[in-house]
Design a protein around this ligand. Structure first.
Ligand code: CMX
Length: 133
């Protein structure tokens, strides 16, 4: 599995986009609303990986709850896989705890699936796969 991105929960993208643009020396290459996760996201390239900034658009979203409890900071690590359905079965078989029944559309034209941080040493793990048209 290849590291695709690190997700960072932020309160306000209008403040965090310029901050990370200064940090990385480049603008985000993609910004979008992910309806299924109730978030606005920005993606920055960093070498072969990316940083994803996540801003909540609803008090019910996972990001709003995370910000309330822990504040801004690293939210998840995401790994790119070739066959998400096969990887889900493999990881379930290894005892990792799934957080969904099936993959869902995420940002950047990908399917995404999450595993509970309590089964991965406290790190929320996403696996993702390009949607093949
Ligand atoms: N990383 C590490 N630990 C986390 C966490 C995170 N991102 N979010 C919650 N936790 C911890 C809580 O602090 C809590 O720990 P304690 O029991 O020690 O207090 C524990 O996990 C809570 O577990 P829970 O009660 O089962 O679940 P929550 O209601 O807090 O929800 C989670 C947490 C991960 C199950 C939920 O956020 C989820 O299902 N996430 C998957 C979807 C998601 O995160 N979407 C946003 C990203 C979308 C995108 O990338 O586009």
């Amino acid at each position: 599995m290849k590291l695709d991105h690190i997700g960072i929960a932020v309160k306000d993208l209008t403040k965090s986009n310029p901050l990370f643009t200064k940090l990385l020396g480049k603008e985000p290459f993609n910004q979008e609303f992910v309806a299924g996760q109730q978030v606005n996201v920005s993606f920055f390239k960093s070498g072969e990986s990316k940083l994803e900034l996540l801003e909540s658009t609803s008090p019910e979203s996972a990001i709003a709850k995370f910000l309330d409890k822990k504040g801004e900071g690293i939210h998840h690590a995401a790994f790119l896989v070739e066959d998400i359905y096969q990887e889900i079965e493999r990881l379930k078989g290894e005892g990792f705890e799934p957080l969904m029944d099936a993959p869902r559309p995420g940002a950047n034209h990908k399917l995404v699936f999450f595993f509970h941080p309590k089964s991965t040493n406290g790190v929320l793990v996403e696996i993702c796969q390009e949607i093949k048209d």
